[in-house]
Ligand binder design. Structure first.
Ligand code: FAD
Length: 412
């Protein structure tokens, strides 16, 4: 069962327990306290400040930040596995909150690898001092998103967002959309085309862009079906100038970003699992309390069978998640296929788990005040974030059969 933990290291067990305490004592009471909050409040007011302050106090914001800045740098041999365990716990409480923190962890790892020492000193110090500080990575554009995940390497699918070096500044122009934390981040990692003569893999660079930079405008908060405690936003760059040292990776940014793209898929799967665990736990409680036909629901065999099916699906997701996270940490040749497999598998399985939860709750399953419908809404979000199912499957088959599957079809 997912709840057994014989495979955890001492460090992982400690972190899991810390995250679980935080979720049980801080997150769940907040979510249950007012279930209308995610719908009626302004995006910036939805998550009360104490939620991130308490996450900070528990050390959950510091993951991925180097020790020398007061963070918790994770052992790279077990990094994806550890982050997956913590993200699962957080998403059990609220998947939008998990997403907020996950973006921070991924970008912290990227900055620690590619930002200059001066920039790290500046931004990690600020990040550690401000519990509400969020980070975002900006890849998706109105005219191109799946194209960013596919192995096509031709100039016609290059980023529309361009960066040009003028003197000792990069000038960025373009638009990014659907960006997690995009509405309220203080620091952005932005991907832009820097060479239109070559394909996307070799012509894309990444930049660090502070929110207060003139020319950067956050134009919109996307209202989403689920994960509503993470504010997804749109950002426009209009002659946005950053100093030359804000270039993180020149020309091969997408290749180098692999250090967080692969763990990123693991983390989407972990968030799916956490949602499923929450739905399962609430359903197990409900079927042990609710009486119909003269006995508690669990004593009806049809109900018991659905509980068995939910538990089996959670176990299967958890097992593939551990396997894929291990492959990513060990830089195994099948890591690319496995991290996409678990992202797809988890997102679909957990929708089915939530469907059982809704069915077993009867009418209560559809009621905002009960919270089961929220699990379903949150689960649906993970079908599309970090790449659609079809595009992820395409990456899986391409990784397995590089010579025959998934070659570029060409322009219409
Ligand atoms: C909640 C959420 C959070 C997100 N966070 C971020 C973020 O933080 N940063 C970021 O950069 N992006 C983010 N995204 C964007 C996300 O990565 C894209 O939505 C996703 O990659 C799909 O792109 P698209 O929406 O433009 O759809 P499209 O790429 O237009 O795809 C539309 C349909 O066409 C299919 N399709 C596309 N190309 C092909 C092909 N070659 N062959 C066959 N079928 C194809 C797709 O599978 C899909 O079914 C987020 C999205 C969501 C929903």
């Amino acid at each position: 069962m997912y709840f057994q933990d014989w495979y955890l290291t001492e460090e992982q067990r400690m972190m899991r327990d810390t995250a679980r305490r935080y979720v049980d004592n801080v997150v769940i009471p907040f979510i249950e306290g007012d279930r209308t909050r995610e719908w009626k409040m302004d995006p910036l007011d939805r998550l009360a400040p104490h939620i991130l302050e308490q996450a900070d106090a528990a050390g959950l914001r510091a993951l991925g930040v180097p020790d020398r800045f007061g963070g918790i740098s994770l052992d790279s041999a077990t990094q994806s596995q550890t982050l997956a365990i913590i993200a699962t716990e957080l998403a059990r409480g609220d998947s939008g909150l998990a997403d907020k923190l996950v973006q921070n962890w991924k970008i912290a790892v990227l900055l620690a690898e590619f930002a200059t020492e001066e920039l790290q000193e500046h931004w990690f110090t600020r990040y550690m001092a401000e519990p509400q500080f969020l980070m975002a990575h900006c890849l998706t554009e109105p005219h191109g998103a799946s194209d960013r995940w596919l192995p096509y390497n031709v100039p016609e699918i290059n980023m529309d967002t361009k960066a040009v070096l003028e003197g000792d500044e990069w000038v960025i122009n373009g638009r990014k959309q659907f960006i997690s934390n995009g509405y309220d981040a203080s620091l952005y990692v932005v991907y832009a085309n820097t060479n239109n003569e070559v394909g996307m893999q070799k012509g894309t660079s990444s930049f660090l862009v502070p929110r207060e930079t003139p020319g950067l405008e956050v134009t919109h908060c996307n209202e989403t079906i689920g994960g509503r405690f993470m504010n997804n936003g749109e950002i426009v760059f209009d002659n946005c100038r950053v100093p030359a040292d804000h270039l993180l990776v020149r020309d091969d940014a997408l290749g180098k970003a692999g250090i967080y793209f692969r763990p990123g898929k693991i983390l989407v799967a972990a968030k799916s699992l956490g949602i499923g665990v929450g739905a399962y736990e609430d359903t197990v409680s409900f079927v042990h309390e609710r009486v119909q036909g003269g006995k508690v629901l669990i004593k009806h065999q049809a109900v018991a069978l659905r509980i068995a099916d939910m538990a089996t699906r959670l176990e299967a997701v958890a097992a593939l998640l551990r396997h894929a996270a291990l492959a990513v940490d060990q830089r195994s040749p099948d890591a690319d296929a496995l991290c996409n497999m678990v992202k797809v598998f988890a997102s679909h399985e957990i929708v089915l788990v939530c469907q059982h939860a809704m069915e077993l709750h009867g009418g209560y399953g559809a009621m905002l005040e009960v919270g089961i419908e929220k699990y379903m809404r949150d689960a649906l979000i993970n079908l599309h974030s970090d790449g659609t199912t079809d595009v992820s499957n395409f990456k899986i088959v391409r990784a397995m059969f590089p010579e025959t599957a998934g070659n570029y079809a060409g322009k219409d």
